[in-house]
Design a protein around this ligand. Sequence first.
Ligand code: NAD
Length: 361
Amino acid sequence: MKKTIAVLAGDGIGPEVMDVTLSILKAIANKYDHSFEFNEALIGGAAYDKHQNHFPEETKNICEKSDAILFGSVGGPIEQMNQPKWHNCEKNSILGLRKAFNFHANFRPVTIFPELANICPLKKEIVDQGIDILFVRELVGGIYFGEHKTKEQDGVRYASDTMEYNEDQIKAIAHAAFQAAQKRKNQVTSVDKSNVLDCSRLWKQVVTEVSEKYPDVSLKHILVDNCAMQIIKNPSQFDVILCPNMFGDILSDAGAVLPGSLGLMPSASMNNQEFMMVEPAGGSAPDIANKDIANPIAQILSAAMMLRYAFKMPSEARDIEKAVDTVLSKNYRTGDIWSDGNIKVGTKKLGDLVCSEITTL
Ligand code: NAD
């Protein structure tokens, strides 16, 4: 099969973990006789250096001509945020891509690798019950995309942000969540704040209506504050957690600490045409960039998500996941997940190990 992939490595650790991931995709292409064409394009600070724009037209055109977008990370050091190169870099790049392609659904799996259970910050007896959650987050609506206003009246400063949802937006993300649950444990937990917000009351109503089309999937509703507690207290109760934009942003970041490092968390965003962008959940980690110490697993597993969901290549995706599991079971670790008794390796070495497992699987 021939596939064209827009490769947007970005800033910080992005290019390092992307290099490793492309080698792994090449190993998969060789093994399965696929042809992957990688079209590299600039994004974030790297794009700003050349175009004075974080998301240039040239990059958008390359994405439009591709079958999927493989994104790294963008942004500079927090203390340099006022420099034009880094000011609003993440917002212009990521919200720009979301808007340009109407990526309305975000999927973020949170699982604990059995070999890494010891670095999960929760108690062992909680981890032992198993953690395997898929956050499905609405990505282009709600308060982040409503009107934002700041004003001053009679010497008093005011600010307001409008939260708005229409039923079509809710239906679209609810269908995505129920269909994802059908491929997992057939359970959706829908998050709202329906005791306070009209948007949440509409959300709850529409999600319930959509659920009638999926009789094989059970539906529970949960208030966002309780959900935040339950993710920490009893995460094994969840399968798919369906969230509006802002709640999903916050809750999925709470979930992100469970595996033990941001370097382990892949994610994918999709539009109505099933066009997809995959990316690690973490940022550009400028504190560890260019040192060959970043964990490439989040980027590698993002590529596996691209193969499984965008290209419908489940065996190829599984090969990558198995290879990562095997490398971890042989005790190889980057610094962020290393503990006594493990073998510490760099970004590139870990990638090489995954590549060689793929060829022997
Ligand atoms: P960050 O996610 O980059 O880093 C947070 C911490 O996690 C750091 O200590 C970092 O070293 C560590 N970390 C992250 N990924 C890692 C990996 N693969 N391996 C090992 N350790 C890893 O968040 P931050 O420091 O708040 O932000 C840095 C920059 O990233 C900012 O400019 C921010 O705007 C940007 N950012 C970008 C994205 C994105 O591109 N999707 C997301 C979040 C933040």
